[in-house]
Design a protein around this ligand. Structure first.
Ligand code: GSH
Length: 203
């Protein structure tokens, strides 16, 4: 979702190829040859393959600096951008994976149930931390400056929709979700993916 929305924010030409994970297309040999982790998304550009959505975001933003979606070297906001993006992809997203896909980590229903409870508790702390950050200096993660970081975060916020305290229940996160989902690029991405906020995870 995030790399797709950022491609639309940039406005460059791209070809979208659906990999339907509900049909196991991410485990087909042709896809594994591109991305051996069997995860979506994967970007192919200039004959090279890039996977990991945060890396794809940075790659696209740096290749299209005029779009202004990421602070480039020398920009005082760059440190905060990198800090938050890395934290989101290696910590926040990992706990979301524990909640949605406990079966990838543990055998046994009781252990999985326990893992989900702990993940949800950790996630509530993390979303509360994000909400405080936005309360102190929002409405975007970089203050008044919209960036690819906001798109990545709103994608992760959607992963909370089935939890007891979804991201929409935090006032400042909910404001950010409203701002990002109102953007034409986000709306076009959701339409092309055939998903809505409350539907299943993107396939
Ligand atoms: N760290 C990866 C995670 C990607 C990821 O988990 N994608 C999910 C879809 S939202 C997926 O491909 N799941 C397939 C599976 O787990 O079999 C990234 O950010 O690109």
């Amino acid at each position: 979702m995030a790399p797709h929305a950022v491609l639309r924010e940039i406005g460059c030409r791209f070809e979208l190829i659906r990999v339907d994970i509900s049909k196991g297309e991410n485990r087909a040999p042709a896809y594994l040859a591109l991305n051996p982790n069997a995860r979506v998304p994967t970007l192919v550009h200039g004959g090279r393959v890039i996977y990991e959505s945060a890396a794809i975001l940075m790659y696209l933003c740096e290749a299209h600096p005029d779009a202004g979606l990421m602070p480039l070297p020398g920009d005082p906001d760059r440190g905060a951008f990198l800090q938050w993006l890395f934290w989101m992809t290696n910590t926040l997203q990992e706990d979301l994976q524990h909640w949605w896909h406990a079966d990838n980590y543990l055998d046994g229903e009781a252990c999985r149930h326990e893992m989900k409870i702990v993940a949800e508790r950790r996630l509530e702390r993390m979303f509360s931390q994000l909400d405080s950050h936005l309360a102190a200096g929002g409405p975007y993660m970089l203050g008044n400056r919209f960036s690819a970081l906001d798109v990545f975060l709103v994608m992760l916020c959607r992963w909370t929709r089935a939890m007891a305290l979804p991201a929409t229940s935090y006032a400042n996160l909910n404001r950010l979700i409203g701002l990002v989902t109102a953007r034409p690029a986000w709306a076009a991405m959701m339409l092309a993916e055939g998903i809505d906020w409350n539907g299943p995870l993107a396939s």
